[in-house]
Design a protein around this ligand. Structure first.
Ligand code: ADP
Ligand code: MG
Length: 580
């Protein structure tokens, strides 16, 4: 069939392809509308309308909109294969639409692309219906192509934007997650730092407390030691029994002084004196002591490996550790039980050292103290090394025993292990690194030489503790000096002013109420530069905070005085030839 040579029925058929209710209505009512109106409606419809001969797939008819949109002239397009128009990209979709059309006689809004004459591609939504002959054979397809390029482009843009947005969101999310993770680890770090700080503060508080306690103890020990020595000196030569009892008192006081020093040592590092020693021998001697100290209701068992167990450690620290452990065991067994001491070799691996945070893997000697007492729950076990943690009644526990053990073991490059369960007793083990070094032979204590005596020189002793003042006066008088006393800094200064012509030496405590030792020193020296001085204190020289800097040329003697050392120092200071 040729273009421009159509019957009215054919035209009607083509026109009904336009799914426009108005035109459909108009078509049914064909008698009242002029052909011109139909033509205009058809030619200038907003959509492209194309009729195709399905047998040859050639275009047999199209409206003007088609020509305008695609840029072809009517001559160029009529008789052309419809496949020339479809864009190669969509040929598969076209084939599908074609098959559907053959089967059902209909295509509904298939999305395809057609190529314009100038090569530009436009998106169309294609709907088609079939025109059949009397046998029902499809003789024509009438299709409407709606240009959806703009909406498709918008859709594509939208999809692109959406993709971009999704990508950005994903990126941001990832960044947020990263930040989140970083924050979490920062929080953990900060928590750990806070924990460490808290611990450090506790240890510091503890250091201050022990240093205060040590000061008081040192004063007491001085009184004990000095008086014991004075009494011993006064004894008739045949009082051997009393003399030996007094020696026990002096030994105990001396021992007390070393313990105080060690107690201070755990809060200040590096004060222990490590030396090679045999742990087995030490522990045997200590278990003898424990037998005397613990109540009879506690049975002591010990098992000590029978080969050299040499370690590098501080002997006083070992004693302190065993005593602390034994005290805790005793407290855990108020109704008696078994305390077991076990010493043997052990090896520790890398993993154990890592958990501990210090030390090296290798051979150790393990000293364990076990009791058959009540044991500990998890919460208690976690806290036992904390300073001041105690489950004991006020006045009974200080919460320092385990803290001290921990500090001492750390300084000796060792470890502490706690095994305990409620109702199943407790075993606490300390591990000392094994050494191959020979222990030093124990040197017997030297007999003290009698210090030289004075010649009646006058000494001013300024000391705020009454018992110490008394003891000091007696000692110095015993050694041939004449002694004046000051009860505090102010009083000492007053006494000095009244007797300045005969006082040759001032021995003064450092920390005192009203006026400190260094202040008295400065005031006296201003007026009488020649007078000699000795400082004394229960604090170690490092711990003194008197407010006034100490004159480093003034000799210092720490309490408790070893009586002979004090008297020897007095003589030395007095015999010194003045430099001026
Ligand atoms: P203190 O003995 O003054 O309480 P410690 O530091 O020695 O301080 O011990 C802290 C706490 O650890 C004790 O109060 C106790 O709860 C627990 N503890 C220590 N040793 C034992 C043990 N052998 N059996 C049961 N509990 C123990
Ligand atoms: Mg204790």
């Amino acid at each position: 069939m040729q273009h421009g040579d159509r019957t009215k029925e054919q035209l009607d058929g083509e026109l009904t392809a336009v799914r426009d209710p108005v035109s459909e209505g108009a078509a049914q009512d064909g008698s009242s509308a002029s052909e011109e109106q139909y033509r205009d409606l058809y030619e200038n419809a907003p959509d492209m309308m194309v009729s195709v001969d399905p047998a040859t797939a050639t275009i047999v008819q199209c409206n003007r909109t088609t020509l305008t949109k695609l840029g072809y002239s009517r001559e160029e397009i009529i008789g052309r294969s419809i496949f020339d128009l479809y864009h190669p990209d969509c040929l598969e979709d076209v084939a599908k639409a074609f098959q559907a059309f053959k089967r059902t006689g209909e295509v509904c809004e298939a999305l395809l692309q057609v190529t314009c004459k100038d090569g530009e591609k436009i998106d169309v939504s294609l709907s088609a219906s079939a025109v059949r002959d009397a046998d029902g054979t499809i003789v024509r397809s009438r299709s409407v192509w709606r240009d959806v390029t703009d909406s498709r482009r918008a859709e594509r843009e939208l999809r692109k934007t959406k993709g971009e947005l999704e990508r950005r969101i994903a990126e941001r999310t990832e960044k947020l997650l990263e930040v989140n993770e970083k924050l979490a680890s920062e929080i953990t770090e900060r928590k750990e730092a806070q924990e460490a700080l808290r611990h450090a503060q506790k240890i510091e508080a503890l250091g201050r407390l022990t240093s205060g306690l040590a000061h008081d103890f040192n004063n007491l020990l001085t009184v004990i030691q000095t008086n014991a020595t004075l009494i011993a000196d006064d004894l008739p030569p045949d009082a051997t029994q009393t003399r030996s009892e007094l020696r026990d008192v002096q030994d105990a006081a001396r021992h007390g002084a070393t313990l105080v020093e060690k107690l201070l040592s755990f809060s200040r590092r590096g004060m222990l004196s490590l030396k090679p020693l045999d742990l087995a021998g030490r522990v045997e001697r200590l278990s003898d002591t424990l037998r005397r100290l613990l109540p009879a209701s506690i049975e002591i068992q010990s098992s000590i490996e029978d080969r050299p167990l040499r370690i590098e450690a501080d002997p006083d620290a070992i004693e302190q550790i065993v005593m602390n452990l034994a005290n805790n065991a005793r407290d855990a067994m108020p109704n008696g039980g078994i305390l077991r001491i076990d010493v043997r070799r052990a090896s520790l691996d890398e993993e154990r050292c890592r958990r501990q945070g210090w030390g090296t893997a290798g051979k150790y000697v393990r000293l364990s103290v076990s009791d058959s007492g009540d044991g500990m729950d998890e919460a208690t076990k976690e806290k036992i090394f904390e300073p001041f943690f105690t489950t004991k009644a006020a006045g009974e526990g200080t919460g320092l025993g385990m803290t001290i053990i921990f500090g001492l073991m750390k300084q000796q490059k060792g470890f502490v292990d706690v095994e305990s369960a409620v109702g199943r007793g407790t075993t606490i083990s300390v591990y000392f690194p094994l050494t191959s070094q020979e222990p030093e032979p124990v040197t017997p204590p030297q007999a003290e030489e009698k210090p030289p005596r004075g010649e009646g020189e006058t000494i001013l002793l300024i000391e705020d503790e009454e018992a110490l003042r008394r003891a000091g006066k007696r000692v110095l008088e015993r050694y041939g000096y004449s002694v004046l006393l000051g009860v505090d800094g102010e009083d000492g200064f007053r006494v000095f002013k009244g007797n300045s012509s005969r006082i040759v030496l001032v021995i003064t405590d450092i920390v005192m109420p009203k006026m400190s030792g260094p202040e008295v020193h400065d005031m006296i020296r201003k007026e009488t530069p020649d007078v000699r001085f000795i400082y004394t204190s229960g604090y170690s020289a490092n711990d003194i905070h008197s407010g006034v800097p100490l004159d480093p040329t003034v000799p210092f003697v720490s309490k408790p005085w070893a009586l002979s050392a004090l008297v020897a120092l007095v003589r030395e200071v007095l015999d010194e030839v003045p430099s001026r």
